[in-house]
Design a protein around this ligand. Sequence first.
Ligand SMILES: Nc1ncnc2c1ncn2[C@@H]1O[C@H](COP(=O)(O)OP(=O)(O)OP(=O)(O)O)[C@@H](O)[C@H]1O
Length: 519
Amino acid sequence: MASDAGTILILDDDIDVACAAQLLLRRRFGKALTAHDAATARELAGMHMPAVVLLDFNFTPGRTDGREGLEMLAWLRAQPQPPEVIAMTAYADVPLAVEALKLGAGDFITKPWENSRLVAAVEAALARRAPRPGGSSATADLMGDSAAMREVKAMIESVGPTEANVMILGENGVGKELVARAVHQASRRAHGQFLAVDMGALPETTVESELFGHRRGAFTDAKEARAGRFQAARGGTLFLDEIGNLPLAAQAKLLTVLERREVTPIGADRAEPIDVRIVSATNLEEARLFDASVFRPDLLFRLNTIVIRVPPLRARRADIEPLLRHYIAFYESQYGKAPRSIDGAAIEQLRAYAWPGNVRALRHACERAVILGMQDSYRYEDFGVGPVHSTATGGDTRRLGGATGETDGDAAAHGTGGYGTSSTASGGDALRPAGGHGAGPAVMGGEALRSVGGHGTGPATGDGDAVRPAGADMLRLDAVERETIAAALAQANGNISQAARLLGLSRAALYRKLEKHGL
Ligand SMILES: Nc1ncnc2c1ncn2[C@@H]1O[C@H](COP(=O)(O)OP(=O)(O)OP(=O)(O)O)[C@@H](O)[C@H]1O
């Protein structure tokens, strides 16, 4: 019997092949649509947001290079709610299938297929999209048992099941997105989408179309209708990350949507009701957030029904050791390394370190130690974080410099003192280019291996730049990269999201590069 598992879209220019798949899959899974060319596929994908796409790789007669399929795959992967893609290739095209897998397809089948194999592939694709089963607790991914973390987790468990909008506050890298995901998992919407949007990275000119969607032909580039993030997250949770970076004009539009609980896609004549729970996050200090010239108070009022403050790591030092153990084990397994213990003195020093980059930096430091550590146990130097005591005022001053609350007392997760009250704290993720890393190594993770040994011998921990020229050329390239990043940061006034956009990088990729260059 058909189940309502989500729409399946089949793109194949061979009408017989597409229809055969449609008949089979419709019987088993419910809604299955077909398209025979790229334009129709895009149109259908925009309108129906399929859960799974079966993708042939050549849809123009005579084409055999698979480029069309790879382009379509990239387009599908870039959608606000990307479907699982199953590549369909001819038997001889295994290299193409491998390329498709590298580009994000979840599976491939060869034509002609066995029906049972096709059904199994679609079932597996649907299972990959389903929320993680069991997980007795929505907060299972949040390591740390400090008083502050316990308070954060208790809030998640109590506000999760409500429909209240939640705003999460905290410095960069403290785990705001993880908290947002936990709120979603604890909610009645857990079976629906958790859709994250980096508001700081949306170009101002397209904010409206990205969030609310557009109809075909609504403006010059609108070649197909496209659902916005509000529609894509229907039934689920929309996570508006870096909300503090949203320009004031876009804030006004967002406010209208939240007040009316409906969106009108650009070019549409009717509004559509929205069905999303809004969770937002920002690293702005509260003083800035309450400044009406930065953030509209009426919008803030809509968003912050419940506020969860995630304290910086230095204010909950009891979490440092469990986090270290967790991420060391994680990277040992990822890199196939034998488990090693952490030297007792190293744990003490790592607990005393100020962790200006919070959990994200701790995670990177563990990855570095696993790759570079040469002793029987991990030593403090393996983590590449610089001298313990340089960090309270110097070190990485990029993200909030204040080292207040540096006791095991664990600042309260909410209330007034938990976040950003230090007079030395800089606004948001403002970057001070002059802040160096003291005596810490200038390279992080696998980059160090590559600078010494040429290229390609260590695990590729960077951002896809595993193959690099050796020696002087590489040093020059690194210097150019560093300068380019510094210039972009200066131009963006230290705003990480904007700098990432200028550089064409994701924020995560930019963070890695900042750490690599000691910026
Ligand atoms: N309590 C935690 N347990 C395990 N991992 C964590 C925890 N907190 C954060 N992390 C990890 O640290 C990294 C940064 O977390 P996350 O992206 O949620 O932070 P953020 O506050 O949203 O950062 P930003 O403000 O820069 O977007 C992620 O890799 C995340 O998995």
